[in-house]
Design a protein around this ligand. Structure first.
Ligand code: PGA
Length: 251
């Protein structure tokens, strides 16, 4: 059975103290019978600390927001998969639209990052999604399929089981405009279909597919009630403990 996952993408927000307080508050507010996997993705600077704070709870995990596409070497200011993995962090997010847009990350470069992550035992939350223009011109299905084909579909069946997909329509990220649950479900269903065509039904059924883009405590229940939506990648609403926990409790 695939897992339900709610991941907090803090982006470039919160200082150390604020981050620690947020994790403490989330832990204290989470119901004792919580069975959703909760993933914190803080700044690299506090990843070690947050990961330590999560270590006693098997449903709490951490993710880096990125890794460099080189194994090691003269890349001042960069962080490798091996470094992240040495902290016992479970996941890295890859292919977030902000990385694609502001740092020109291509599908090809993301393929390198995917391979390096898996080589270093990091599981991946792989983001895909279309712009509003692409949706309006009806090419969004092909676009998303291409993102998956060029960055993750080279993987073996066994390696693909280490991938979580996050569908994040770019027009919904940080805008307050969410995809309707039907719009999101349509794409999630499509993603599961292309995974099934590429691999098999069993792998497709076991892949968690998260929704991201202005997911918050008022729309999470409706989104998570859809058959193919297995959780969320949450930006803005993950920066507040109460709203983030309400989202987790929406299952
Ligand atoms: P948002 O961000 O929830 O603030 O829209 C989601 C994301 O970028 O992962």
């Amino acid at each position: 059975m695939r897992k339900n996952i709610v991941a907090a993408n803090w982006k470039m927000n919160l200082n150390r103290e604020e981050g620690i307080k947020l994790v403490e508050d989330v832990i204290s507010l989470l119901p004792s019978d919580n069975n959703v996997e909760v993933v914190f993705s803080p700044s690299f600077l506090y990843l070690y600390k947050v990961n330590k704070m999560c270590a006693d709870y098997n449903f709490l995990q951490t993710a880096s927001q990125n890794i460099n596409d080189n194994e090691s070497g003269a890349f001042t200011g960069e962080i490798s998969a091996k470094m992240v993995s040495s902290l016992n962090v479970k996941y890295t997010i890859l292919g977030h639209s902000e990385r694609r847009e502001y740092f020109n990350e291509s599908n090809k470069q993301l393929k390198e990052k995917v391979d390096l992550s898996l080589k270093n035992n990091l599981k991946i939350i792989f983001c895909c999604g279309e712009t509003l223009n692409q949706r309006d011109s009806g090419i969004h299905f092909d676009w998303i399929k291409q993102q998956l084909t060029e960055s993750v579909f080279h993987l073996s069946e066994e390696s693909f089981t280490k991938i979580v997909i996050a569908y994040e329509p770019i027009w919904a990220i940080g805008t307050g405009v969410t995809a309707s649950s039907d719009e999101a479900e349509e794409i999630h269903q499509f993603i599961r279909k292309v995974i099934s065509e590429k691999y098999n039904k069993n792998i497709a059924q076991n892949t968690s597919i998260l929704y991201g883009g202005s997911c918050n405590l008022t729309n999470a229940k409706e989104l998570f009630s859809k058959e193919n939506i297995d959780g969320g990648l949450i930006g803005g609403a993950s920066l507040n403990a109460e709203s983030f926990v309400e989202i987790i409790k929406s299952f």
